[in-house]
Design a protein around this ligand. Structure first.
Ligand SMILES: C[S@@+](CC[C@H](N)C(=O)[O-])C[C@H]1O[C@@H](n2cnc3c(N)ncnc32)[C@H](O)[C@@H]1O
Length: 199
């Protein structure tokens, strides 16, 4: 029963794990959560990948990272590497070392030139069979805001594919956005070796 529970409690209590299982996340994987905030996706991913896996929690907001660290400490999660981008100049991850990059509800923070650089960085981090998963909230078709306000899903797919990724799946499913469960569109991409730029 979920009576009296907040959406975040329901998410962290199991729904988030099921979401990531459906995405294909398994034990031992190495994951990047870019713009993780307090860990809506980092926490269930850390639980799923287990002690043999590792997740890089990348965030510029120190209080959000602190909240994530406190949760991890109290739940004995030791496989999270915290990267505060307000303090480090370059995110120095080994090329082709990552199984999955999550870029959820974060692209709207960046203008086009910066987004392209970010996709290229993701591309270089990912293993040849790795996956980029994007939740492009705040686009033209879903509560438009900031830098994605004028772009629809096709525009976003085209922009990401221009850096060498290939869309494998576009799905709509229930997920957490900020503190609330809602339906959101997820775009999943593979690394295509054929037409990468900047790598
Ligand atoms: C709306 S939140 C989404 C949080 C989480 N991904 C989720 O879906 O629940 C976006 C987060 O991206 C972070 N962010 C924005 N630009 C960033 C950057 N350059 N480096 C790291 N984090 C960034 C923000 O601080 C914010 O916490």
């Amino acid at each position: 029963m979920n009576w009296g529970k907040s959406d975040r409690e329901i998410w962290l209590g199991g729904k988030g794990i099921r979401f990531l299982q459906d995405l294909g996340v398994t034990a031992g994987e190495v994951v990047v959560d870019f713009g993780c905030n307090a860990g809506n996706y980092t926490i269930p991913a850390a639980e799923l990948i287990g002690s043999a896996g590792r997740i890089y929690a990348i965030e510029q907001d120190a209080p959000a990272l602190k909240q994530l660290k406190e949760w991890a400490r109290s739940h004995n999660l030791k496989n999270i590497v915290y990267l505060n981008t307000s303090q480090i100049k370059e995110i120095d991850l080994k090329p082709h070392s990552i199984d999955l990059v999550l870029a959820y509800d974060v692209l709207h923070y960046f203008g086009k030139a910066e987004r392209i650089k970010i996709y290229i960085r993701f591309y270089n981090w990912l293993k040849p069979d790795g996956m980029l998963s994007v939740f492009p909230k705040h686009n033209k078709q879903d509560f438009p805001m900031w830098h994605l306000a004028e772009l629809d899903y096709e525009d976003i797919i085209g922009e990401i594919e221009s850096t060498g990724f290939r869309l494998i799946e576009k799905t709509e499913q229930e997920l957490i956005h900020d503190d609330y469960l809602e339906n959101g569109v997820i775009l999943n991409f593979t690394v295509s070796k054929l037409n990468a730029v900047g790598s």
